[in-house]
Design a protein around this ligand. Structure first.
Ligand code: D61
Ligand code: MG
Length: 350
């Protein structure tokens, strides 16, 4: 099966080979783990363990900014692991979330009771927080502030029994868990002086960068999320099908396939509304490593949305883009013209 794909997509196979031979060097030049002290190595290895989509682009960032972004990621992943952990009762979870940012300043604080897949970041939180306290003050403030605001948003959502009804509530939830990451990252870019101060000021555009990624994940992961009792599609979309009794869980049933596909396509359309902001944001980024860090996940999301559109597999399993397709995107996100070309390609794909 897989071997056949290499022959069917020769450009992607070339891209995979090119990435194997040259790709790691870009990451290695900026982030040589062998020369690091032990705790820094541990942080990068936790990054690799917990993020397939972001570790490589983070490690290719300039060292000082790259390490701040790595710690930013680990802190928020730890917070999200608490949010996602269904085994923690709400009366324990809410206070834990509300005070989470304070743990950054408590030497030795860690959390050993999670069984979640990314529990490693909670188990070793004392290592992450010690590294956090060694970052420049400007970076620390952004990370702590983002963690605090995200936790408050998660609490608001949990207090509503994790219900997303309208599109407005969908945007609100995605703002908390991903838009705030975009806003925080932009502040880190500007604080590092690699990007213009204006990048941090245009918060609406930074928010859209996060919303486009988060909505794409939520659309793609529908089947897995429903199986785990998470209902993250806005229920409003169901009312547009003309059947007022339909629930999100019903969309998995074979008999409801036409209604399910029309809901799916409406959400894909909603996701695409963020593309103009994404383009405008990327247009303002000057440093090549920061550009690649920002553009690669966005183009991957665009490729994923294209694959999701009108695709019944959303309701039975996992929709994925090919490894070769990812490699092709990674190799080609070098400048705005190339990103434009890739977006055009996915928009027009027959
Ligand atoms: C430029 C480059 C990267 C960007 C960006 C702009 C703007 C926003 C984002 C990355 C964030 C995108 C999040 C999309 C993936 N969604 C999740 O991971 C969900 O958790 C959300 C809360 C924790 C966010 C942690 C995070 C993620 C990516 C980062 C980052 C921090 C820091 C730096 C760079 C990238 C999702 O988690 C899935 C899971 O638990 O496995 C969920 O729980 O909904
Ligand atoms: Mg979560």
């Amino acid at each position: 099966m897989d071997v056949l794909q290499y022959f069917c997509h020769p450009l992607e196979t070339l891209a995979l080979l090119k990435l194997r031979w040259w790709g790691c060097e870009a990451v290695h030049a900026k982030c040589d783990m062998k020369k690091m002290e032990e705790d820094r190595q541990l942080c990068y290895s936790m990054l690799k363990q917990t993020s397939r989509s972001f570790s490589a682009v983070i490690m290719a960032l300039e060292s000082d900014l790259g390490y701040a972004v790595c710690i930013f990621y680990l802190v928020l992943r730890a917070l999200d692991t608490i949010e996602d952990d269904m085994s923690i009762p709400l009366d324990v979870k809410l206070p834990l979330l509300r005070s989470f940012h304070k743990n950054l300043h408590i030497p030795g604080w860690n959390y050993l009771d999670s069984r979640e897949k990314d529990a490693v970041v909670l188990n070793n939180f004392h290592v992450i927080s010690a590294q956090f306290r060694r970052l420049a003050k400007g970076y620390q403030d952004v990370i702590s502030d983002t963690c605090h605001r995200m936790a408050e948003g998660m609490v608001v959502f949990l207090e509503k029994n994790s219900v997303v009804d309208t599109y407005q509530e969908w945007d609100q939830y995605c703002h908390y868990v991903a838009g705030l990451v975009g806003i925080g990252l932009s502040r880190l870019f500007s604080a590092s002086q690699l990007e213009h101060p204006a990048v941090a000021e245009r918060e609406h555009l930074s928010n859209s960068m996060g919303l486009f990624l988060q909505k794409t994940n939520i659309i793609r992961d529908f089947h897995e999320d429903i199986r785990d009792q998470r209902r993250l599609w806005p229920a409003e979309v169901l009312r547009h099908t003309g059947n007022p009794h339909l629930t999100l869980d019903d969309l998995l049933l074979q008999d409801n396939r036409p209604a399910a596909l029309s809901c799916l396509d409406e959400l894909v359309g909603n996701g695409l509304t963020h593309v103009p902001d994404v383009m405008e944001y990327l247009h303002a980024i000057r440093t090549p490593s920061v550009f690649a860090f920002c553009a690669i996940p966005q183009v991957m999301a665009m490729a994923t949305l294209e694959r999701c559109f009108n695709n019944p597999t959303i309701f039975t399993g996992k929709v994925k883009i090919r490894r070769g397709e990812s490699a092709f995107i990674i190799n080609n996100c070098t400048d705005m013209a190339a990103v434009h070309e890739l977006f055009r390609f996915y928009t027009n794909k027959p």
